[in-house]
Design a protein around this ligand. Structure first.
Ligand code: HPA
Length: 248
């Protein structure tokens, strides 16, 4: 069963025919909310809103370990993570849908491993390719079958937040090789890897990153809400196609 983690702009999955909800208790505390189980076109899926149902949990306060543990506990065969981002690369403007292939992690102080504690052996997971290639391909196929244009590949910069970046920070991230910037991609991706669960992301560009394009003098999300809403509609379509076309 696929799991979908929703972000800003995707706090519910309207096309999920809900069968039940479950509050999962984990050794790492409480997930962001109850896991929602159901079917999309007859195929099972589960959903969790990363920021909670009332969108009250800030990126640096999300209990990523509890979220991923709960999803893994319910035997997810893969995780699709949806998140809105700022676009750094010129061709990644508001409304673009990007399937990133790499990550640079600028976050700090987040609990980012399951391998800690006195009895836990030191473990270094391989993270050369942070996203699952097969899952990325399935997202690509689903989008192609719906004629929804997406951008394949991009370097995602994970920042601490909750504040947005300065223009100089964005310039530095670009020099580092980043194309997109968001606040929630890490440690989510690495925890999925530690749990051996295939993980891929769908990023929706909500705004030009600080100092770029329409954000040259500041970031104003209000004017971009329509764009984000429209793009999230397409993401819902992609997810529906992806879930309904899986074997089981
Ligand atoms: N920066 C960081 N995270 C974001 C942005 C941004 O510009 N837009 C949406 N999430």
């Amino acid at each position: 069963m696929l799991a979908i983690i929703g972000g800003s702009g995707l706090t519910t999955l309207s096309n999920l025919d809900v069968s039940h909800r479950e509050v999962v208790r984990t050794p790492f505390g409480e997930p962001s909310g109850a896991l929602v189980f159901g079917e999309i076109c007859g195929k099972p899926a589960m959903f969790l809103p990363r920021h909670g149902y009332g969108h009250t949990i800030a990126p640096h306060m999300v209990n990523y370990r509890a979220n991923l543990w709960a999803i893994h506990h319910h035997k997810a065969t893969g995780i699709i993570s949806v998140a809105s981002v700022g676009g750094i690369r010129e061709d990644m403007g508001p409304g673009e849908i990007v399937i990133p292939n790499q990550i640079i992690d600028y976050t700090w102080g987040r609990k980012s491993t399951y391998f800690e504690g006195v009895d836990s052996p030191v473990t270094h997971v391989d993270f050369t390719e942070p996203y699952d290639a097969k899952l990325r391909q399935r997202i690509q196929d689903a989008a192609a079958s719906l004629n929804i244009p997406i951008k394949l590949g991009g370097v995602y910069a994970a920042t601490q937040g909750p504040r947005l970046e300065t223009a100089a920070e964005i310039n530095r991230m670009e020099r580092d090789g980043a194309d997109l910037v968001g606040m929630t991609g890490m440690p989510e991706a690495v925890l999925a890897r530690e749990l051996n669960t295939p993980y891929a992301a769908i990023n929706v560009v909500a705004n030009h990153a600080a100092g770029r394009g329409s954000s040259a003098n500041g970031i104003r999300f209000e004017s971009l809400e329509v764009v984000l809403h429209e793009a999230m509609g397409k993401v819902r379509g992609i997810i529906e196609r992806l879930v309904s076309s899986q074997e089981m």
